[in-house]
Design a protein. Structure first.
Length: 146
């Protein structure tokens, strides 16, 4: 087996490992192995191939990886997910909300949640309400006109 083929096999194995880990660390070494394969194909000696592998891997790890991580990990801090996304949404009272009876439920997106009114008032079944707070599994709601 020729040296460039060995470097290409190493690069392919490292790319596969990167696909399984997705941390953009192993790919830096795969890029280094790719450049070493190119050097081996051009007839460069083994010492230089190893040096090229180390230098290119180090440079991509230092300079390319942070840029890639910043690009790939773009997440908006303003986007609410899961139950936190319920705050500000509208719901329909499915069971009368009464603080004195410690009862009340609302339906939102087909899910039924235990609910309390923001000001302690009674809210009748069928009323459209706005979710103002989430506390564990209990929603605090208010009527839109209050």
């Amino acid at each position: 087996m020729v040296a460039y083929q060995i470097w290409l096999i190493i690069a392919i194995v490292l790319v596969i490992i990167e696909l399984l880990t997705a941390g953009f660390g192993v790919i830096c070494f795969a890029i280094g192995a790719g450049f070493s394969a190119l050097a081996a194909g051009l007839g460069v000696g083994l010492t230089w191939q190893i040096l090229i592998f180390v230098v290119v891997s180090l440079l991509t790890f230092i300079f390319l990886r942070p840029i890639a991580l910043r690009f790939l990990n773009k997440k908006s801090k303003d986007v609410k997910t899961n139950a936190d996304a319920l705050v500000g949404r509208k719901a329909v009272v499915s069971e009368r909300i009464d603080a004195s009876q410690q009862s009340g439920r609302v339906a939102v997106d087909g899910d039924d949640w235990k609910a309390v009114s923001e000001d302690g008032s009674i809210i009748e079944k069928g009323t459209l309400v706005e979710i103002v707070k989430l506390d564990s599994i209990i929603l605090t709601v208010k009527t839109p006109n209050s």
